[in-house]
Design a protein around this ligand. Structure first.
Ligand SMILES: Cc1ncc(COP(=O)(O)O)c(C=O)c1O
Length: 399
């Protein structure tokens, strides 16, 4: 028997990912694919996390429903925020545990938006923002992130009637796919805009710690008065290489957290206790594993971009995240470039239009392979590019 899908599912985007998956399967059958398409870390968590997890998994008392975050977890998040971003949080009211930040990003609109409400989103942006809004019956308004504006939105170009009707605005710095850092001046402008129009700022800070060249990221909540109008999602997935060990959190405005907590109390029964304990160990560790992870990604970034440059493709070195985000060489759309590279080299990338219309000439490259595989991928792409032109391709892109 065939059952029809709910009409709300028809609003969700699946097209690009589906097509990529099919082509990747074909390439894999030919062998020798190198997957740089998925934002899943290839490294493991630090020893301190593995030990906490092992100890807790071996204790048969840890297998009940947890329902909510344990007190030590809430305190560990508050400690982490004080240490890393100088932000003070009330662990009881300003921290809410999630089954990964994805859980919260998907459910937040359901707990705050009524059908027909507007949410302002970055284009390009991480797909779950739009999906969550559509599932809640909300209407996305896309604000372009353009290179000429340093990939920040131009708040002045948002029509006043949209700003008045908007309930949420999403930001993601450093982000996926746009990998730039936000400075305090930008966040101050965002907070002013949110206060003027009574909008909740939703900052996705999942890549908060993957920052290079000695720089540091800024928490939106470090801006004076931000908690009145903001929440921030964070995650252990990338910071501590725990992506499959599902745990994350949202911090900030307590009324928003209460709404999300109420919704979640009707949906899930909490995070497995050993995972919570492992997260406490990570958040209260000496953070030397973060330094190590950052060093590895930075080295990968430097080596891989140098191989692409030798092929004539100048890709800017990002200050943050595990991703390169670049315009493709002239003559291709992002999608066609990804398909051609996959077919001719076996290297899998993600086309920028998977993240929105503004990404159509871009490609995202996830640095989630060890150096030797990245060198192999870099050499293959280099060869592929010079085959097309006989000489280094004329790119003139993203410089
Ligand atoms: C920008 C961004 N936000 C949130 C997430 C979700 O992370 P998690 O649910 O593992 O915390 C991801 C995952 O790749 C991401 O790229």
């Amino acid at each position: 028997m065939k059952f029809s899908q709910a009409s709300r599912l028809q609003t969700l985007r699946t097209g690009v990912f589906h097509e990529i998956a099919i082509r990747q399967r074909i390439a894999e059958q030919k062998g020798l694919t190198i997957d740089l398409s998925k934002g899943s870390p290839d490294m493991g968590p630090p020893e301190v996390v593995l030990n906490a997890l092992k100890a807790a998994v071996s204790d048969s008392r840890n297998y009940g429903y947890t329902l909510t975050g344990i007190e030590e977890f809430h305190e560990a998040v508050a400690y982490f925020y004080r240490q890393r971003y100088g932000v003070k949080l009330d662990p009881r009211t300003e921290v809410l545990q999630l089954i990964g930040s994805q859980d919260g990003l998907a459910h937040l609109p359901l707990s705050l938006m009524n059908p027909g409400d507007i949410a302002i989103l970055p284009d390009p942006g991480y797909p779950v923002y739009e999906a969550g809004i559509k599932l809640a019956g909300g209407i996305p308004y896309l604000m372009p992130l353009l290179k000429e504006n340093s990939f920040y939105p131009d708040f002045d170009s948002i029509p006043t009637e949209i700003a008045h009707r908007a309930k949420l605005m999403y930001l993601n710095y450093p982000g996926n796919p746009v990998n730039v850092l936000a400075d305090e001046a930008f966040f101050r402008k965002a907070v002013d805009f949110a206060k003027r129009y009574n909008i909740l700022l939703v900052h996705d800070f999942a890549y908060s710690e993957l920052v290079f060249d000695g720089k540091r990221s800024t928490s939106l909540l470090a801006i004076p008065g931000a908690k009145d109008v903001s929440v921030e999602f964070n995650s252990l997935s990338k910071t501590f290489n725990m992506a499959g060990c599902r745990i994350g959190y949202i911090v900030g405005n307590e009324h928003v957290l209460q709404a999300l907590e109420l919704l979640k109390s009707n949906i899930d029964f909490g995070v497995f206790l050993p995972i919570q304990k492992a997260a406490v160990a990570a958040l209260t560790s000496d953070y030397s594993s973060i330094t190590e992870t950052v060093k590895i990604y930075q080295e990968r970034r430097d080596i891989f971009t140098s191989y692409l440059a030798q092929g004539g493709w100048k890709v800017e070195k990002p200050s943050a995240t595990m991703f390169l985000w670049s315009k493709v060489p002239r003559g291709w759309t992002g999608r066609q470039f990804v398909f051609d590279v996959l077919e001719h080299t076996g290297v899998a990338l993600t086309p920028g239009d998977a993240f929105g219309e503004m990404g159509k000439d871009y490609v995202r490259i996830a640095l989630v392979q060890p150096i030797d595989r990245l060198i192999e991928a870099g050499e293959r792409i280099q060869k592929f590019l010079s085959r097309f032109t006989g000489s280094p391709v004329e790119t003139n892109v993203y410089i």
